[in-house]
Design a protein around this ligand. Sequence first.
Ligand SMILES: [Zn+2]
Length: 313
Amino acid sequence: MTPIEVNVERVSGDEGGGRRHPNTCPNCRSHFRDDELRHSLRVCAQCNHHFAVGAMERIEQLLDPGSFVEVGGDLRAADPLAFVDLKPYTDRLLDAELATGLGDSLVAGSGKIVGRPTAVAVMDFAFMGGSMGSVMGERFCLAADLAVARRMPLISVTASGGARMQENILALMQMAKTVGAIDSLREVGVPYISVLAHPTTGGVIASFASLGDVVVAEPGALLSFAGPRVVEQTTGEKTAPDFGRSESNLRLGQLDAVVPRRELRGELAKLLMLFSPAEDEPTGDNEPLPTVGSDDNPIDRVLGMFGLGRKRG
Ligand SMILES: [Zn+2]
């Protein structure tokens, strides 16, 4: 009998040294070409794992082609603290911009979903871990300003490790600033839809990301202020296997829905249809604006129709 030669494909996906290729599924270890992943919206065709999506690709996935117009794209972080850890903050900013092509961890602007106008604020974890700094906060507020000025909903997609330590108090201040921006949406009855992607943690989940009139998340995303390891170290107790994940957040009432990425654009389109008139419909510009806390607030009315309570801070 002649020996049979077998080619064994290395399934670990490790590039030596234990580093996994970014296109190898961490769950089932299937490996994909980049165009395959882009085509599948970066969802693993074998096991449904949701890979990270960059901000511009996310905008491409969600908005009508060619409809996106950016605001605040020229803003760049200052470095008033002249912060240096292993390297200067200014070097980190430059490296992140070269790696991602983005000026900061959030891209803001306006566009359309199935013809419905919306303001958008989309985070990119690849830019310094999606950290929350002064430019991220300012761009979020610019998107909120657009939503208020044009009376269109605001949709945010978050992926963040939390506040950017290199900006210290300036980063923490963005929590109050972004929450203030959401308040201004509420004052004029403009809806805010928050989409949480993996991971949304720290100062971002502790501020604007949790405050959507509708809050949805992608499957399996870690959504918690502190990660399970920190919680275990602090409490001395073992956390549940699904601690902080989308599914447990839904069970505990923190989310309205867990929406697979393939259905996200469709679900957002449905929400926009409920909340906003199409361009050819009357905009209601001449109607008096609803006052804060009014029973006749359009958001409350729509949420009531679906048995969803509006969360008030
Ligand atoms: Zn997989």
